[in-house]
Design a protein. Sequence first.
Length: 301
Amino acid sequence: MHPQKVTHLKELEAEAIYVLREVAAQFERPVLLFSGGKDSIVLSYLARKAFFPARIPFPLMHIDTGHNFPETLIFRDEWVQNLDAQLIVRYVQDSIDQGRVQEETGFYASRNALQTVTLLDAIADLKFDAAIGGARRDEEKARAKERFFSHRDDFGQWDPRNQRPEIWNLFNGRKNPGEHFRVFPLSNWTELDVWQYIRTENIELPSLYFSHEREVLLRDGNLLAATPVIPMKPEEKVERRIVRFRTIGDMTCTGATQSTANTIDEIIQEIAASRITERGGRHDDKRSEGAMEDRKRAGYF
């Protein structure tokens, strides 16, 4: 790799580690939100680096929709075990059973938005005062409005017009009782940066990110995994294609990409040439023009 690119990645790494250490210094009960996707994998890897040789001083928490890819869950458990970290899992199904949220119905039903309530309940129940996430500013326009330390009120809601300045990387973690912060150490990373860092550090990833043959169905221009949790329309049919996933969230809204890239170098080349963002295949982002921002205001990741 070109020396200048290595320096760039080292600067991003140092910045993220600085933010993670600031979280440990300023907050009493932080938690790292872990989805099993590449960004949260890199984030947890950086957390281990930040505090090594000690253990990561905060738990990892996964909000399980019940519609996750099985490969993701298997990888999650193995990864957390290798980190020697504490894992907390909260289930959207429990929120449904308790009447906290109502299951969606129909062909486009998804539990992705429902996990907001499960997340906010977990933060309140476990009294977390900072939730560290792997979101990046280049993912989606609403996320570009975030700060490193993103304040949430006592309802868990976000007001993009009322954020605190972060001059000279001075982070203000002051809050009132019941409020908390979302913290985004990867804010200045791009998708390409993440993949180049994964290559440099030789970080393991779920197999879903690499090309494989899979049963899929075509819906509204997106390839979705053929699975019992996605009801099929009468005109839809299942077919086998060579695909990979650029994001690996809830199966009901995560689209696949036709691709033969099965090495990290091939994926980097593919991303560098792509003009479609990695969330271009996410059905949940297309429900309305401001779908992501609406969910973030309500307390989404």
